[in-house]
Design a protein around this ligand. Structure first.
Ligand SMILES: NC(=O)c1ccc[n+]([C@@H]2O[C@H](COP(=O)([O-])OP(=O)(O)OC[C@H]3O[C@@H](n4cnc5c(N)ncnc54)[C@H](OP(=O)(O)O)[C@@H]3O)[C@@H](O)[C@H]2O)c1
Length: 253
């Protein structure tokens, strides 16, 4: 019997956790996974109202979700968020999307220690700690999906983003390494590398010059990124691991 033919129901008896699910790409991912039938824990840091609106929208569509506050850069937060997600949704976290991210752009000669440290702590170390915590339950269950939201900046130089590029490139190689470590336990680990997506993060960057450099001649939208995450979390993606899926209108091609 084929792997797909013998597979149990999907989603498995677990929930999905999306870090930075209150706004932008993360909010779209939370909605998309809820549409697939996952109960969703929507992590946020400062935007409580926006996170509550994501939860309301999921519930209005017939899904289940909870909003959980926590700064992903704080070492105590993964344990607290996982415990709350699993208690309030009643099932273990079997899908994790490390999406929370920030920029602190500056040219390298002027980049401060604070700008460097904040971006590494949030975009890279946070994803590491959430992944480490997630793997416990996933390896026990012998099923799991981890998707890390990287960036085209991990693959292609973007002046002013040395800190961000280092964090995202680190996240890409972290993804590949963990993927091979856990592949035989039924857990897949992949990255999605968006190009320029219209969100609060890029609202001041996207202009005519930038759009002209993108082969598709437009910014992406959050649903286009969420669709790729939805696939990587699906049962059909069970043999995709260690991959980096670019979603960038051809920018990195
Ligand atoms: N937009 C793009 O063009 C683009 C391109 C490539 C990659 N990305 C990546 O995609 C991800 C989402 O970006 P976006 O454009 O959707 O950004 P955004 O609109 O600025 O939203 C960022 C999200 O991350 C959360 N967040 C930030 N710091 C956090 C922390 N310390 N702890 C917990 N949550 C935190 C925010 O939550 P609160 O508001 O609740 O604090 C918010 O929900 C990021 O990893 C980003 O690097 C974006």
């Amino acid at each position: 019997m084929s792997e797909l033919g013998s597979a149990p129901a999907w989603p498995p008896a677990g929930c999905a956790l999306v870090t930075g699910g209150s706004r932008g790409i993360g909010a779209a991912i939370a909605r998309a996974l809820a549409q697939e039938g996952w109960p969703v824990a929507v992590n946020y840091n400062g935007s409580a109202q926006a996170a509550a609106e994501v939860v309301s929208a999921i519930e209005a569509a017939g899904g289940r979700a909870v909003a959980l506050q926590g700064d992903v850069a704080d070492p105590q937060v993964p344990e607290l968020v996982f415990a709350q997600a699993e208690e309030r949704l009643g099932v273990p976290v079997l899908a994790l999307v490390n999406n929370a991210g920030i920029t602190r752009d500056n040219l390298a000669p002027s980049l401060t220690d604070e700008e460097w440290d904040a971006v590494i702590a949030t975009n890279l170390t946070g994803a590491f700690r959430f992944t480490r915590r997630a793997l416990k339950g996933m390896m026990r269950a012998r099923v799991g999906r981890i998707v890390n939201i990287a960036s085209v900046s991990a693959l292609r130089a973007n002046p002013g983003q040395a800190n961000y590029a280092a964090a995202k490139a680190g996240l890409v190689q972290f993804t590949r390494t963990v993927a091979v470590e856990v592949a035989r336990r039924g857990v897949t680990v992949n990255a999605v590398a968006p190009g320029f997506i219209a969100t609060d993060m890029t609202s001041e960057l996207i202009g005519p010059d930038l759009l002209a450099a993108i082969p598709a001649r437009r910014a992406g939208n959050v649903e286009e990124v969420a669709a790729c995450v939805r696939f990587l979390v699906s049962r059909q993606a069970s043999y995709v691991t260690g991959a980096v899926l670019t979603v960038d209108g051809g920018l990195g091609a």
